[in-house]
Design a protein around this ligand. Structure first.
Ligand code: RB5
Length: 152
């Protein structure tokens, strides 16, 4: 599974830790930055992560900022992106299983490194269960995208 990961300055340090953890765990990782702790804007990284998922270059994304909120707000503006802040392992796997979450957002000021690794593991090991009611709900979200999101 190929993972795309990005972070602003608030998430930079935790991103470096998670990139190492993912590579050590055998995942292929695309690290789209930030590559320094210089102040940066989280929507830029949300866009780069969303693009890699939309093109199929990566199947799952991870975004990290100070709280996780900014990146999740920004990522959800992109068609086909289902992003959420998860600071517990239950939400991290249930969000994939039921809601086909494809971008996990973390707040580096909220969770410590070891909990973040466990959340990431729960997220990446989970698979969408595909039950009829889950697909019906996703179809309703896709209807909203069709109605409100402009195509290129
Ligand atoms: C940056 O200071 C901070 O606002 C950002 O990382 C994030 O927490 C936004 O949600």
């Amino acid at each position: 599974m190929k993972i795309v990961i990005g972070a602003d300055h608030g998430g930079y340090h935790l991103k470096e830790v998670i990139v190492g953890f993912l590579r050590d765990s055998g995942y292929e990782v695309i690290d789209i930055g930030a590559h320094t702790e210089e102040p940066s804007d989280y929507p830029d990284f949300a866009r780069l992560v969303a693009e890699r998922i939309s093109t199929g270059e990566a199947s799952r994304g991870i975004l990290i900022c100070g709280s996780g909120v900014g990146t999740s707000v920004a990522a959800n503006k992109f068609r086909g992106i289902r992003a959420s802040v998860c600071h517990d392992t239950y939400s991290a796997h249930q969000g994939v299983e039921d809601d086909a979450m494809n971008v996990l957002c973390l707040g580096a000021r909220i969770v410590g490194e070891e909990l973040a690794k466990e959340i990431v593991s729960a997220y990446l090991k989970a698979e969408f269960k595909g039950l009829e009611r889950y697909r019906r709900r996703l179809a309703k979200i896709e209807e909203v995208e069709e109605r409100w999101m402009k195509r290129d």
